[in-house]
Design a protein around this ligand. Sequence first.
Ligand code: IVH
Length: 709
Amino acid sequence: MISETAVENLTLAQAREDLARLASLITDANRAYHGNDAPDLTDADFDAMKHRNAAIEARFPSLKRADSPSDQVGAAPSDGFGKIKHDVRMLSLENAFDAADITDFDDRVRKFLGLSSAVSYTAEPKIDGLSLSLRYVNGRLTQPATRGDGETGENVTDNARTIADIPQRLQGDNIPALMDIRGEVYMSHADFAALNARNAAKADKTFANPRNAAAGSLRQLDASITASRPLRFFAYAWGALSDPLAKTQSGAIARLHDLGFQTNPLTTLCNGPDAMLAQYRAIEAQRATLGYDIDGVVYKVDDLALQSRLGFRSSTPRWAIAHKFPAELAWTRLESIDIQVGRTGALSPVARLKPVTVGGVVVSNATLHNEDYIQGRDSRGNPIRQGRDIRVGDWVQVYRAGDVIPKIADVDLAQRPATSTPYQFPDLCPDCGSPAIREPGDAVRRCTGGLICPAQAVERLKHFVARGAFDIEGLGAKQIEAFFNDSDLPIKTPADIFTLAARDTAQPLRKLKNRDGWGEKSVTNLVAAIEDKRQIPLNRLIFALGIRHVGDSSASLLANHYTSWATFEAAMTAAEIGSGPEWRDLTAIDGVGDVLAASLVTAFHHPAERAAIDALAAQLSVQDAVQNAPSDSPVAGKTLVFTGTLEKMSRAEAKSRAEALGAKVAGSVSAKTDLVIAGPGAGSKAKAAEALGVAIIDEDAWLALIGAT
Ligand code: IVH
């Protein structure tokens, strides 16, 4: 496939021809690799082509192509699968690591529900695969979708149909007309080993672990390839349902089994933490012989009525928790320490390690958190690792828990080189040279360069296009890096994304199409994907701004409170840190503390930041926050304050009920408060309400108002 003539013997014409051929082959291979998880070349062939390309370019620099694979950053996005919006979001689980976390979880559940008696939970293995939502209409499989970002997944219809554990048609009577059944796709150890052996024999790509193999197989665009890779499925949850499956989690699982799904045989019912922990140990003891990977045990409140009272936090249910197995460990050498500058200027030290396999995955980097951590102290100044510091050249113990970034558990002082010296944490930003300072009480040293620091600017942009923010298809971290450094058509601030096509005007989109790794189709798709996001929900915009302390749940709180961009922006402009009505209004939002509020106000008052925000807003049409909650409830749109002791339900449950009915719950009384619910012992808030003439009712009146008596 590659010309056999040695590079030094090529004529100019042959070299030109070879470079053209290599550019096209390498681009195709890149696309196959990144887009479809299915490289059609071996790594060795691929490397040989890149190598030859570089050698020809070195000999004939004038022949280097505009689309040279040497500069290629990755594949243009593939068309891939269609998108499916989940009717009910696919959430993740809170993690627990020890027995204390489990008793704490049970305490929180009972406290929320106001129960002193024991609560029953199901315990089942946490399958290490990838989740899938299967839609059944009148008992027939119509639409399987991956989790995606939780809100929108990929339609993997043909692939899911090749999985034998997934029934095409459900069995039995009284099948709900519409059901979204959720569970985990996984690959058994035996099938994984056979697949890797087959691929190795064909010099094809092998997978690091069964989870990657399952993910790669499910995301195959060619369903016949998926069919040749045995995948399995356990059902353990559901989304939208036209009729309930049962009254309990365990009953629902039994029902799923009757309908024809595989459910995990190790699922048991446990009455309280002691039984849960006993089941955890029992499952852990069987882990090695199960024949598939599990990474912990999931506990779920059994009573579905209690589950629905407990409800959800922004991304996890209150009624379930994943108890993870202990992390896997390995020793290796710390070769160097690099400093990465994050979106908020935080200097994060990263350990570069001599590569080592930890639990089946090769690890070569680990987080070192911050300078105190390197010195052997935690955030309160207490010793960690018995005060042992970490130095370049040290022999360190690395651990991995689940998908998180590996960490360093320990240092072996006996193996420390005699010449080693303590690590000197930089006090200048390694990227822009601005002073890096530590504010009192902050564990992190931060670059003070703000948007003039290229590292911060590019990280902000990556955050801006990430999932949960603008999530622009075809514009991921890699593409952002390339555009950030592009002299011709740069993206330096979020607004630049939306002016990209308009700036490429001499011959419309020509520069874009000439970019390395891009072609006609990927450019058209990118431009369309950008246009698509000019309309953006308010909460996503606020989150995307990347302001320190403003995560996705606080962005939603702010969006729900201010409802429109104009109101939000006006309030932030008028607000003064620490005083005035706008400040009081902002900090009265339950969940918005002084630190977050000050960070927001600072950003809106900083000239460069503000200019970037205004330029961006001018490009967008921001959608007002829509209240999902019913607008016909008696408290919809009202601002409530709870104070004093509630006797019939916990404060947390009262708040979550009120929010479900479309009310806003504030932490303090102001002129905007509509109603105060005061239990016994109500003090200053009730007085403030009286002074402001705000209506005050007791708990019974509150329950009657929402029809909960
Ligand atoms: S329940 C609303 N049960 O773990 C909660 N999840 O870390 C729905 N997972 O995204 C999830 N085994 O992909 C549940 N027995 C199990 C599970 C399980 C594996 C996965 C699932 C989820 C992730 C959260």
